[in-house]
Write a protein that binds this ligand. Structure first.
Ligand code: GLC
Length: 557
């Protein structure tokens, strides 16, 4: 019944409380109607008050400003801030200019940003397209700056594209698939503009982007939460778009795990890198998208059915991830001593992982204090590599318990050189080399060791790191990382990625003026300046999803 529905999303304003309905106890949703619940002091609020103390201790938090923005609130204009009276970092203005240069318009309306605006590069490939995943940091920057329309236009245009029939050769893709990217075609003779989209049928490797639909739902929640405008999410079109995405990933099949089975290259790492199976990036985004959808779906007949399926899946997924993907010193020791070939329900080594398959590097890499979600878990296979995006999203979505979130931050601090080095942030660690590189990447010359997807450093990840730092109450880590980026990023022309063990060299084939490097920096700056922005991209811990797991040393100290 409409009248009993609680307002599920509220606008995030500067300095306002961002306690949310995201911390709903999921089990209640299954059997009881929604009631108005007395809000508890949220995690966001808690970290916010801690931050205001921490921030005072930080050196010169630069005030953010954006030239050329229309219709935004006054808090971010130069001189309007009473909180910080510092001069903005000179890079901020340059970044906003570069971000605006990347804007793409369709029939007079801004609808997205191109992946890179690199005139010096001879080869455009598809970097002149609007990528769904690449647009997310741009969208967050615009939302934080009070420019909501572009995000709304983007959400609506991509929703229309979802409605297209998608075919690769003679095979039809699932109805809910969202494009990896789209482009506006101008016909100067007819003076018309049309959209073309790529759902994987043109992409290198012909892989459909599983992450696009998840990012779309996450962005719809960010938009709704920032603007307080529920009307977009509640349109029949948006509700249907969400349901179509959800149908694709909630369908039943031969799966024995609640995680989502993926092909290599279906996410940010869009090339063969051995992430096929159950990659952490997709599982974390899946979890976040499910939780976001839960807040956005209407409780009508169709919506309710999905809500029930989501709630069940979230329970199973969080249990699976928190238990089987989690690795810390103690768990590593358990796996090291695993018996194999165990049959039946009493098996400890459920996936029959052979301890000899544990790579040598992980024994040295694992600190006594700290932990992380490993890259992949499937029968007899654990990919022990660290992946930045998945771990940060696990923190933001509260897939990680508060203890696990802290342990991830501990790991980042104790393995600073390996994971951050001289340019934040390694996409994964460590790199694949020699024979392994040949077998796993198929001899990909772009993904040689410590380059691109194979252990390269991606400045875009700075926004995710910063958000995770704020959520865990560790803004000083973000500050350190931002300082590193500020020493080079603009001078180097906003590269897409850096190479080398420490991320010292501009990537051998990196684009310059890569939009998400620019937007990622701006989002990181704005979030650190005003931590209440965190609410648009962070979800509270769900009390009903407590893990059944033994505590490790890193959890208690
Ligand atoms: C590269 C990245 C991918 C990104 C695209 C456009 O292919 O791997 O994640 O979306 O470039 O920037």
């Amino acid at each position: 019944m409409e009248g009993t529905r609680e307002p599920r999303l509220r606008a995030v304003g500067s300095y306002c409380s961002i306690a949310e309905a995201d911390d709903l106890d999921l089990s209640r949703l299954l059997d009881k109607p929604r009631l108005n619940i007395e809000r508890q002091r949220s995690f966001d609020e808690r970290s916010l008050s801690e931050l205001s103390i921490n921030l005072r201790g930080l050196d010169a938090a630069d005030s953010i400003y954006s030239p050329g923005a229309a219709g935004r609130s006054g808090f971010d204009t130069p001189g309007s801030s009473t909180w910080h009276s510092f001069e903005p970092h000179p890079m901020v203005g340059d970044a906003w200019e570069a971000l605006r240069r990347s804007l793409v318009s369709f029939r007079g309306q801004p609808v997205g940003t191109v992946a890179a605006y690199d005139h010096a590069s001879e080869e455009v490939l598809n970097y002149d397209q609007v990528f769904v995943r690449d647009f997310v940091p741009s969208a967050l920057a615009f939302l934080m700056n009070g420019e909501h329309d572009i995000v709304k236009n983007f959400l609506l245009k991509t929703l229309l594209l979802q409605g297209w029939e998608k075919k690769i050769d003679r095979f039809k893709l699932g109805e809910g698939a969202m494009p990896a990217s789209f482009k506006v075609l101008h016909d100067p003779v007819r003076k018309t503009e049309t959209l073309i989209a790529d759902f994987g049928e043109s992409a290198i490797g012909r892989v459909a982007p599983i992450d696009s639909g998840f990012w779309w739902i996450i962005l719809l929640r960010a938009y709704t939460k920032t603007t307080g405008d529920l009307s977009l999410a509640e349109t029949p079109e948006c509700q249907k778009g969400m349901r179509l995405i959800l149908s694709l990933c909630l369908s039943e099949g031969f799966d024995t795990f609640p995680t989502l089975l993926c092909a290599d290259g279906c996410c940010m790492i869009d090339r063969r890198m051995g992430v096929y199976g159950y990659p952490i990036e997709i599982q974390a985004l899946f979890f976040m998208a499910l939780r976001s959808a839960l807040a956005l779906l209407k409780h009508d007949a169709e919506g309710k059915e999905f809500i029930e399926r989501i709630v069940k899946r979230l329970h199973a997924l969080s249990y699976h991830m928190r238990n089987y993907f989690w690795l810390d010193f103690q768990q590593l020791n358990v796996i090291y001593r695993y018996k194999t070939e165990e049959y039946s329900h009493t098996a400890v080594n459920k996936f029959n992982v052979i301890p000899d398959s544990i790579p040598d590097w992980v024994f040295d890499f694992m600190p006594t204090r700290g932990g992380y979600f490993i890259g992949n878990v499937s029968p007899a296979r654990m990919d022990f590599r660290w992946f930045a995006l998945g771990n940060c999203v696990a923190i933001l979505s509260s897939l990680a318990t508060p203890e696990q979130s802290m342990a991830i931050m501990d790991l980042l601090e104790s393995r600073w050189e390996e994971l951050i080095g001289e340019m934040p942030l390694k996409i994964c660690y460590p790199a694949l080399e020699s024979h392994e590189w040949r077998i796993v990447t198929g001899c990909d010359p772009k993904n040689t060791r410590w380059s691109y997807h194979n252990g390269g450093s991606w400045p875009v990840l700075l926004w995710l790191l910063t958000a995770a730092c704020i959520k865990t109450g560790r803004p000083q880590i973000a500050r350190r990382a931002i300082d590193l980026a500020e020493s080079r990023l603009q001078k180097d022309g906003w590269p897409e990625y850096y190479d080398g063990k420490l991320g010292r060299y501009i990537g051998k084939q990196a684009r310059k003026f890569q939009t998400w490097s620019i937007a990622g920096y701006l989002v990181a700056k704005m979030m650190l300046e005003d931590p209440s922005h965190l609410g648009m991209i962070s979800l509270e811990e769900d009390k009903a999803m407590k893990p059944v797991i033994k505590r490790s040393a890193s959890w208690t100290c």
